[in-house]
Design a protein around this ligand. Sequence first.
Ligand code: HEM
Length: 476
Amino acid sequence: MAEIPQPPGLPYIGSLFELDPKFTVKSLQRLGNIYGTLIYDIWIQKLNCLGPIYDLRILNISRIVVCNHELFDELCDENRFVKSVSGPLSQMRNLVHDSLFTAHPNEQNWGIAHRILAPAFGPVPIQEMFHGIYDIASQLVLKWARQGPSKPINVQDDCTRFTLDAVTLCTMGMRLNSLYSEEKHPFVRAMDGFMRESNYRAQRPHFVTRLLWWSRKQYDHDISFIRKFAKDLINTRRNNPTEDQDILNALIKGHDPKTGQQMSEESIIDNMVTFLIAGHETTSGGIAFLLYHIVKNQEVWQNVQKEVNDVVGSGRITSKHLSKLRYVTTCVRESLRLWPTIPVIAFKPKENHFPTTIGQDKFLIMPRQTVIALLPAIHRDSDIWGDDADEFRPERMTDENLSALPRNAWKAFGNGTRGCIGRPFAMTEMVLITALLAQNFDIDHDDPSHELNVDQIVTLRLRDFFLRVKLKPGLD
Ligand code: HEM
């Protein structure tokens, strides 16, 4: 058995100061490069045998970090490992308790919510949701068209407005109209504050959090605001019932096909908030990274425009077109490979009593030990993706190329039963908005020398990213 290397740290605090609280993922990756590689060379003394792995100790809690595909592949085996709700995710339980996203594997409410809600993301409901997504996407196009070619557009801000409006309209029938407002929606402000503080809390000693009474007060305020916002949406629907087959009706009226149970009031709020957060934050970052890459590389952008022209022409895009936009789909996948907006997923051994191993019996994993999979590193493992793994090359993400890859090579939407329930919704949003923009605009970076500036508030998104858009000839 090999020992898992550990970055040196201070007593109790461990490696806390090695982490940049504003971009934890980058710090984790940096530590992986230093310590994971060290054991790789010196202790195992064999190249191409095992990839980076290290034991990160913070505040006396150990988390094993895995940074390559070979080890990650073992973690994805649901017979041996389950989701671990730890770090920022366990802090998020302060807001959404045992919701779909944050439930521990054994919690009953996960099963009830999953069985009630999974059908609401099936192919037929997604077709219905397409119209809502199209409606909001058209608002974004109109807004950008009105800005004219001389005004730089803050892409991340508008993507957040788009995805928040789309998820509330499609899943709850509610129009927030945040694309019409210059101010951030108060829900977004409260959610930003809550997520940032959850991230910080996961990295600081409990007693420090207790001492910071002003941030505790703000945190509690954000939680109350978000829950009240969700409760008001539910009450509005209860007072104005509809026959829509949307998520809100599924939450309010649905019966668990296994137990016949309905969801409790608390659980309805927990899951509504979960959809509002998970359903917009992830996709808004996803679209911003995608636009960054495809516009940075004008050849890719021209290919996108050509495909949209060939498949749709200048007419209205329909849901039937989406599956034919193969190149656009490869761009979305490739962007999520480089920048999976949920950058870490955590596992623990399924068996609570006996240690298990990974790395073909090389590394011992103790019962209840959290193992963090660092997706941006795993998605760039050169053994799988080659020496140009850091480059944006959509061609590698065709259906044929993907199916030729080893299993679990691309896991932007998570693993197995705890994988993303909103994946079809997110893919529809990302392909549709890209196609609509390509149909309408010539787009360029405001500052072509601009480098990626990544922000992390649990999920990844872009900071200071501006584009200039010009209506295509004939449309202006
Ligand atoms: C779970 C990624 C969009 C709702 C997950 C997980 C990942 C993920 C990696 C697993 C997390 C874990 O294991 O801890 C993404 C990405 C998205 C996206 C990259 C966009 C590009 C959405 C959307 C919705 C959504 C649009 C809802 C409308 C959820 C929910 C779960 C989840 C409820 C928890 C599922 C469960 O544990 O049963 N997502 N997601 N996501 N996602 Fe998404």
